[in-house]
Design a protein around this ligand. Sequence first.
Ligand code: DC
Length: 221
Amino acid sequence: MGFNIAIDGPAGAGKSTIAKKVAKQLGYIYVDTGAMYRAMALFLLKEKVEPKDTEAVNEKCREADITIRYENGEQVVYLNGENVNAYLRTEQVGNMASVTSANPNVRKKLVELQQKLAAGADVVMDGRDIGTCVLPDAEVKVYLTASSRVRAKRRYDELTAKGEVCDINVIEKDIIERDHQDMTREISPLRQAEDAVLIDSSDMTIDEVAVQIMELAGQKR
Ligand code: DC
């Protein structure tokens, strides 16, 4: 068994930035589980599957072969043999993933893949159900959150830096909706594991959060 660090929390809390940083500092592998749900969503979009049609999603998701490789220290997601990293981080794919990730067959398939990755290596894995379902025995569990306003502001700054015109109130509304969807779904809803440490990053820098997580890891090793 590897040493496992699980980081869960709502969208925009800074999980991936922080998980990547902690992994790099510790020499661990960073596993981005959201990217796997996004790759599955991309496949279902391409196949024109109606996301709310449970039967159709259950059937179609079997045809998606999702594998992970590490190239130059980066996680690369392959969907039926094709590197799809460049297509995963769009709003359309994110919205599809938010719906289709609630499907039991989708989750079963991807959770198995995640557990396999963690069994063989030291990992920092981020997602929504890592501490509660995927790695219940993880040595370190963190629930990372921030207020919806702060998360919306971060997203707004990101988009504005790319030259996109956007409205922070619309972004915040989307974030609140996404949270609600992720927290109220039937299977593996987003919630803090009982033994997870809560970190609210609203008034913290990335480095401060990373240091706190590395301290938690240090205490366990
Ligand atoms: O973290 P993200 O935005 O890349 O995640 C995309 C979607 O996948 C999000 O709506 C929640 C879902 N997800 C999940 O259900 N379980 C995970 N472990 C990771 C992501």
